[in-house]
Design a protein around this ligand. Structure first.
Ligand SMILES: [Mn+2]
Length: 317
């Protein structure tokens, strides 16, 4: 498949890079890293990046604005996603050929042209390995983008699928000039206002006797701060992370537009994904979520986590 990818790259004059919507840094880094490598290798080709932007990661650079006509005869390469309804900018369907490079477990419903390796913690890791194996020149800014994706998807080299190869590949990118200070500065600094909001949430969460931490974010939260649903739901779950007494923590946020409550669940060691699945959700063993119908159901979820902790305590005695 890798050979086929490069044959396709060779044979198209226009290459348009896509990735998933609501992008994280692995999506943006893989898209940009690959685009910059291809621009260097093929200076005569027209190479574009498209999709929605997240203000959180805008420091990496902006997207291109292109007309539909640009897709005529083009190759679209989609990274960090394999399911069609999650691709940002569905004009990839206008392209002559489509290729997907991903590291998720989902089956691809977009094309037969797929390079997927779910053993990789980041698609940036997979793409870097492919580029290095092809002896393609990775310029400094491409190395920075790819390094950023590996750092974030691996949780700074701590999550399960981080291997020696992950560090080796990230090390190669550093040797190529990846600007780690730039990435870390942008990831780990925030505005005073954002920090103050986060601190407020950090004073609001409750804990159960068993050690479940939880936030119930209702209408008043959105009245108090001018913030959107995702800033609360995804952004505030971490205020409960890293506390010895709290092995499981969850963030329940009212999704006003969809009349539902979205639960984000996290655990330090115990797998909790079965509880997410019980409520129709899913995800990873230690990071998952589910959409709930009522605050009563939220309380049932918390009680299930309590029960899980009670059981695990018994087993460990
Ligand atoms: Mn990823």
């Amino acid at each position: 498949m890798i050979e086929k990818l490069f044959q396709m790259i060779e044979s198209h004059d226009t290459i348009i890079l896509h990735r998933h919507s609501r992008p994280d840094l692995d999506a943006l880094g893989s898209q940009r890293g690959l685009a910059l490598v291809l621009k260097t290798a093929y200076p005569k080709k027209k190479i574009f990046m498209v999709g929605d932007m997240s203000s959180r990661y805008a420091f990496l650079g902006q997207m291109d604005e292109i007309e539909d006509a640009a897709y005529a005869g083009a190759l679209a390469i989609i990274t960090d996603v394999a399911v069609s309804n999650m691709v940002s900018d569905d004009r990839y369907r206008l392209a002559k050929d489509v290729f997907v490079i991903d590291h998720h477990k989902n089956a691809c419903d977009i094309t037969e042209n797929v390079i997927a390796d779910p053993t990789k913690i980041a698609v940036c890791e997979l793409i870097t390995e492919i580029l290095l194996a092809r002896n393609l020149m990775i310029p400094k800014d491409a190395a920075t983008a790819l390094f950023g994706g590996i750092v974030t998807d691996s949780g700074r080299f701590q999550y399960g699928e981080t291997t020696g190869d992950t560090l080796f590949t990230a090390g190669k990118l550093l040797n190529l000039g990846a600007d780690k200070e730039f990435i870390y500065r942008n990831l780990y600094t925030e505005s005073l206002k954002d920090r103050q909001i986060k601190n407020w949430f950090g004073t609001q969460f409750q804990t159960t006797a068993e050690g479940v931490g939880y936030l119930k974010n209702k209408e008043d939260v959105f009245e108090r701060f001018n913030i959107d649903f995702f800033t609360v739901s995804r952004g505030m779950v971490s205020v409960m992370a890293g506390i010895t007494e709290i092995p499981i923590w969850c963030n329940f946020t009212l999704d006003i537009a969809n009349h539902a409550i979205v639960g984000e669940f996290r655990s330090r060691e115990l797998s909790i994904v079965s509880i997410a699945k019980k409520y129709g959700g899913g995800g990873h063993d230690l990071a998952c979520g589910a959409t709930l119908a009522s605050w009563e159901e939220v309380d049932q979820v918390i009680e299930d986590f309590n029960e899980l902790l009670r059981k695990s305590k018994k087993e460990s005695i």
